[in-house]
Design a protein around this ligand. Structure first.
Ligand SMILES: Nc1ncnc2c1ncn2[C@@H]1O[C@H](COP(=O)(O)OP(=O)(O)OP(=O)(O)O)[C@@H](O)[C@H]1O
Ligand SMILES: [Mg+2]
Length: 503
């Protein structure tokens, strides 16, 4: 008989007047892959944070392998065999892979940290799982998928038996996702138990053995693998409301005149040391750039947005050279940026929502008058934004760190779009957004596009790239190796260029 590895019963958790978990019960058998789906703010992360000992439930009980557990801190949960990879990765970027893996549990010898023992074990795990990592590399220089591997490595190092992944695949390119799923299958074979949270229902259907759907803090549906059905599950997630599907239509933009943005760069990096990237964007157009993370995306954005001026080549905005302009000047020209890393580049966790709302607008009217902040205006405006973009938050004075992943992303989107830019550079914009929020987001984009907004979409989500781009470019090894019109783009041709460069 297989044992029940995790049983959470009648879990309640409130934050002030927000009920995040309202009597949630789940049961997972040893060796099972259990999926948790549900819209933004449904309470998925809260439930798993309780399992991982980061939060204490107000009521309810947890049994691990049939034994009642009360976790006061995450170390208690780790000791019980539970490990979690968070929605926003929690690595120290100035530390090496090794230092991150042993962090908090450094093996010592005579009072000093003994790296030797740790290094040997970590090296062994890296080889066993074929991770693309060097043990002494700085985490800062790693791609998103490599960072995720470091987190997984850490769980294996700490011998976790129950592995929780909070939206692990949204940052991975198709090929990386396959690797990740192969890793999950390996865990299952070894008798480990896996919990997977994701908004990509089709992925969950492929990999999970059972699934819970949460809505507004409650479990509203439970399925065994034999009953998995995309339509049924999607309906359970959103409830009875219909979701209108927006078609992002092909732009009617005139591509004969001067482009809004013209890029002709030689990017430093990659296997050959340099790569060539050239493209232009016209008003009302979505230019989608895809590629496996770490193929020059970050360097490209840094050059475009004035974060790095050390590049060879030319970037022009309406015909004028952009080089040397600061980020602030670039924003003033009408270019804005929605970064991939919402927690570090996009927001300040300890600031309130109202304070985060005015980042980038904190020197200008209407929020500043006579060199002072107009707080009542800022708060009122933020409240309106929360309402307009359906952002779930207690109020405008709560801290950004308490927003659910999807709701934080909605706030940043709202902030950037409300500046009425002419060009928006977006990295993985719908990562972490649920079905409804993604649709609403596409709808807003479509309306803005009709008014001439140009969009540079950088995404490793092939579905998204194919759906909303007018033209698609593929980055591989710091070069743009492929450019294709929407009508001619196929999943296989774009996918092939992403992983191999050329055929
Ligand atoms: N520490 C906190 N303080 C206050 N409110 C919180 C806190 N953590 C979560 N919440 C709120 O609890 C609710 C559930 O959030 P949770 O992060 O569990 O949602 P989620 O299902 O993971 O959503 P997403 O898909 O957007 O990540 C949200 O309304 C969120 O704002
Ligand atoms: Mg979450």
């Amino acid at each position: 008989m297989t044992q029940v590895a995790v049983a959470m019963t009648s879990i309640h958790k409130s934050f002030g007047n927000v009920v995040a978990n309202d009597g949630v019960s789940i049961e997972i058998k040893e060796g099972e892959v259990c999926a948790i789906a549900g819209e933004n703010g449904a309470g998925k992360t809260t439930l798993m944070n309780i399992l991982a000992g980061l939060l204490q439930p107000d009521r309810g009980s947890i049994k691990i392998y049939e034994k009642i557990c009360r976790f006061k801190r995450s170390a208690d949960a780790i000791r019980a065999g539970i490990g979690m990879v968070h929605q926003h990765l929690k690595l120290v970027s100035s530390f090496t892979v090794l230092e991150n893996v042993i962090l908090g549990h450094e093996p010592t010898e005579k009072g000093f940290i003994s790296y030797k023992k740790a290094r040997d074990r970590i090296q062994e795990i890296v080889e066993r799982f074929a991770f693309q990592l060097l043990v002494d590399e700085l985490v800062d220089s790693l791609s998103a998928s490599q960072k995720q591997q470091v987190e997984i490595l850490r769980l294996i190092y700490h011998e976790a038996q129950i592995l929780v992944f909070d939206e692990p695949t949204s940052m991975l390119a198709p090929i990386e996702k396959e690797h990740f799923f192969r890793g999950i299958a390996l865990f299952r074979q070894q008798g480990k138990t896996v919990v997977l949270i994701s908004h990509k229902i089709s992925d969950l259907i492929d990999i999970a053995d059972k699934m819970y759907v949460m809505r507004k803090g409650k479990v509203v549906a439970e399925y065994e693998k034999a009953d998995f059905n995309l339509e049924k599950i999607s309906t359970a997630i959103v409830g009875d409301e219909e979701i209108a599907v927006t078609n992002i239509s092909k732009s009617i933009s005139d591509r004969d005149g001067i482009p809004l943005l013209k890029v002709h760069l030689s990017l430093q990096g990659g296997q050959r040391g340099r790569g060539r990237v050239a493209f232009s964007i016209f008003p009302g157009e979505v230019f989608g750039i895809t590629g496996v993370a770490g193929n020059g995306q970050r360097e490209l954005v840094d050059a475009l947005f004035g974060i790095n001026h050390n590049y060879i080549g030319r970037i022009t905005w309406k015909g004028s050279v952009l080089k040397g302009s600061t980020t602030e000047q670039i924003r003033r020209l009408g270019i804005t940026y929605l970064p991939e890393d919402r927690k570090n580049r996009g927001s300040i966790s300890l600031f309130t929502l109202a304070e985060n709302r005015i980042l980038g607008y904190h020197k200008t009217e209407p929020f500043v008058r006579k060199r002072r902040f107009d707080f009542s205006k800022i708060c009122k405006d933020t409240r309106q934004l929360l309402d307009k973009y359906h952002i779930m938050a207690p109020d405008e004075l709560s801290k950004a760190e308490y927003l659910s992943g999807g709701n934080l992303q909605k706030l940043l989107l709202a902030r950037e779009l409300e500046g009425f830019p002419e060009l928006i550079i977006m990295e993985q914009p719908t990562r972490g957004l649920d079905i409804r929020a993604t649709r609403e987001f596409y709808e807003v984009l479509q309306r803005r596009k009709e008014k001439g907004l140009a969009i540079l979409l950088i995404s490793s989500d092939l579905d998204e790239i194919l759906e909303i781009s007018d033209r698609i470019g593929v980055l591989y090894d710091y070069s743009m190796v492929y450019e294709v019109e929407k009508e001619k783009a196929t999943r296989s041709s774009v996918g092939m260029h992403m992983t191999r460069g050329t055929f």
